[in-house]
Design a protein around this ligand. Structure first.
Ligand code: AMP
Length: 395
């Protein structure tokens, strides 16, 4: 794997695809700087080598040039975080942009305007990729959040740098972390899959059955499995058309020697509401009019024991409706257990969709080994797909 450590950037311009798709408030101020902070080590290494940085990213989903999606709104924030003056150009391709990139001196940073102001970016247009390629000597991809897209700046542009292309530190760290879980992880390997639906996690489950020793299934997905096995799930969320699939997963898991742990009890509520009446039920005997919205105390205890025994842990998806305080306890207890296992030497990776939100909300970020920066890209990696942004550097 080629990273920025394989290059000396002295007097070179690095063309870096970053993911600065940050949230802005109504005053167009950045409200979460995580993604900018995450790219800092890559930028600093290049500047310290004596190189310069041309930063390219998208922001939001503009339909052509739209002021509210202009990257000019984030220049000051990037500058404050990196601690270096940041120049800005009003476009990302063309002669003026090339002149600005050519004028860069060692230690300088140029931020380009939103890549998605040009529809050619998402179309992966070769001509647009070639125009971008004129802006740097070495192409660096440090945007995991868009690595699952074959866009001009994330994949196609790499063709113009056959020797001079590499991963930034952030993307390299994501690749290493996924590998640590899916390929080289110390056994026993545990995957915890929660969240709402079997249908959105099915490809992940099928892919990881070959790689894990234990699989905890929680959240709304639980009830499709329980109903398929003949349990009464009351009004709990269920995908009836996925019940055969659920049984097949359990059969496959058995054949592959994977131990599957489903909740045995749940916190059931008489409405999808934080203030609903609740009771602890056996997961196979939920009364009509009640729905399971969190893992129950026995399940949480058992899950904690499994976590405790594991040396490598992947966590994707909450165990309950964590957005409501009344149904967050299972997810919090799981996070506590994973934090404790990590402190005792396990490797833990959290990623994909809402699990990152849960981890941040409850402050487990620092207590797990790695929190992925890419929702969709992480899910596709766990599904076993080769991400175009990663393939473009490796080929
Ligand atoms: P996902 O994006 O698939 O990881 O799903 C996350 C969502 O699943 C969260 O918004 C949770 O509120 C929801 N969820 C978790 N458990 C349940 C449940 N038992 N019933 C309904 N929704 C759930």
């Amino acid at each position: 794997m080629k990273t920025i450590d394989n290059f000396d950037f002295n007097n070179k311009r690095a063309l870096i695809r970053v993911d600065f798709n940050v949230p802005l408030n109504n005053n167009l101020e950045v409200t979460d700087t995580t993604r900018i902070v995450a790219a800092k080590p890559t930028i600093i290494k290049i500047l310290e080598d004596g190189g310069s940085c041309v930063l390219m990213t998208h922001l939001g989903r503009p339909k052509g040039p739209e002021d509210k999606f202009s990257l000019k709104h984030i220049v000051d924030t990037v500058q404050d975080i990196i601690g270096v003056n940041v120049k800005f150009v009003n476009d990302c391709v063309g002669s003026e942009v090339e002149a600005a990139a050519n004028d860069l001196k060692s230690g300088e940073i140029l931020l380009l305007e939103n890549l998605r102001f040009h529809p050619e970016e998402k179309a992966g247009d070769p001509g647009f990729a070639e125009a971008l390629s004129k802006l740097g000597d070495i192409y660096v991809n440090d945007a995991f959040g868009t690595a699952h897209r074959a866009h001009a700046s994330t994949a196609v542009v790499a063709d113009h740098f056959p020797e001079n292309k590499c991963f930034g530190y952030l993307l390299a760290q994501e690749i290493v972390s996924i590998k640590k879980v899916l390929e080289t992880g110390e056994k026993p390997v545990l995957a915890v899959l929660g969240g709402a639906k079997v249908s959105s996690k099915i490809t992940i489950i099928e892919n990881i059955l070959d790689k894990v020793d234990h699989l905890i299934i929680g959240g709304g997905m639980t009830f499709t499995f329980i109903k398929a096995q003949g349990g009464s799930i009351g009004d709990s969320i269920c995908e009836d058309d996925k019940m055969d699939l659920a049984l097949d997963i359990l059969k496959q898991a058995k054949q592959k020697g994977v131990q599957v742990h489903l909740p045995t009890d749940v916190i059931a509520a008489d409405a999808f509401d934080n203030n609903a009446n609740t009771q602890v039920c056996d997961v196979t005997a939920i009364p009509d009019g009640w729905q399971g919205l969190d893992a129950g105390p026995n399940s949480v205890k058992r899950f904690g024991e499994v976590v405790n025994e594991s040396k490598t842990i992947l966590w994707n998806g909450p165990l309950g409706v964590f957005e409501m305080e009344s149904f967050a306890k299972g997810t919090i207890a799981l996070g506590d257990a994973i934090a404790e296992a990590t402190a005792n030497g396990a490797f833990s990776l959290v990623g994909g969709g809402d699990s990152v939100a849960a981890v941040k909300q409850f402050g487990f970020e620092k207590a797990v080994s790695y929190v992925s920066t890419g929702g969709g890209a992480m899910l596709e990696s766990l599904e076993g797909k080769v991400l175009p942004g990663i393939a473009a550097i490796n080929k």
